[in-house]
Design a binder for this molecule. Structure first.
Ligand SMILES: [Zn+2]
Length: 122
């Protein structure tokens, strides 16, 4: 048996490995930042990033709604806060985690909702 050539890899071997790495990178980029990353559920691919931002928005809304309820419970008349500023929550908590729109607060109904498209039911 002839001893193995120890000069390293041929140009063809290096080119094949390079093409495989480019293909894997393109696939991962498509999955994380390609079309569908800005769409709503049902309108296309729902990426993990969008799902995480949706979950963060739901968590923000839950926090704000609990703060509104806590305010009402501690108010002698059971009145809702006049605005979300009264609650002194962190600024990022009173905004959508995905679109960064400030939440819409209805003081008369003591309701908080997200104006971001697709978040109306959160
Ligand atoms: Zn939102």
């Amino acid at each position: 048996m002839r001893p193995r050539d120890s000069r390293g890899h041929t140009l063809l071997e290096v080119a094949i490995v390079g093409l495989l790495l480019v293909a894997v990178a393109a696939f991962l980029l498509y999955r994380t930042a390609g079309p569908g990353t800005k769409t709503r559920p049902g309108a296309g691919l729902r990426t993990p990033i969008v799902a995480a931002k949706d979950a963060a928005c739901r968590a923000n809304l839950r926090t704000v709604r609990q703060a509104v309820e806590a305010y009402r419970a501690s108010d002698p008349d059971g009145a809702a806060p006049a605005s979300l500023d009264v609650l002194a929550l962190p600024a990022e908590t009173t905004r959508c985690a995905e679109g960064n729109e400030p939440y819409i607060y209805d003081a008369a109904q003591a309701e908080v909702r997200c104006p971001h498209p697709g978040h109306e039911t959160f």
